[in-house]
Design a protein around this ligand. Structure first.
Ligand SMILES: [Zn+2]
Length: 117
């Protein structure tokens, strides 16, 4: 299940950020997930429930931004909506496209919980 390795790498980044800033944990995390990044939201949720309790992300409020897929045809250079990776160009029917959006999988923001000093 590759969603679990995704959650683990998010956790790695969170751990690093928390220790770099000497925070006590993460208050909120926002993720960008592209529609054609190959992520199953249910599987991601499941992996999250399995891996996150007891970590710096345990109490973090999680928000997910879904980024719709967009491709650009290399033949006619138009940009079109791409519900899947294999959506052909609506004008010429070609499959030679650049994915311009929708493959994102990244942390948009992390809000750290700081100790009172
Ligand atoms: Zn085209």
């Amino acid at each position: 299940m590759h969603e679990l390795s995704i959650v683990m790498s998010i956790l790695d980044i969170a751990n690093e950020t928390v220790s770099k800033h000497q925070a006590t944990g993460v208050e909120a995390i926002e993720l960008d997930i592209g529609a054609i990044a190959g992520i199953e939201p249910d599987a991601l949720d499941f992996a999250w429930q399995a891996a996150i309790p007891g970590t710096v992300l345990a109490d973090a409020e999680r928000a997910i931004h879904h980024i719709p897929g967009q491709g650009k045809c290399l033949e006619c250079e138009i940009t079109f909506n791409m519900p899947s990776l294999y959506t052909p160009c609506p004008v010429c029917g070609g499959y030679f496209t650049d994915v311009v959006a929708g493959k994102e999988l990244k942390i948009r923001s992390l809000t750290l919980a700081m100790a009172e000093s």
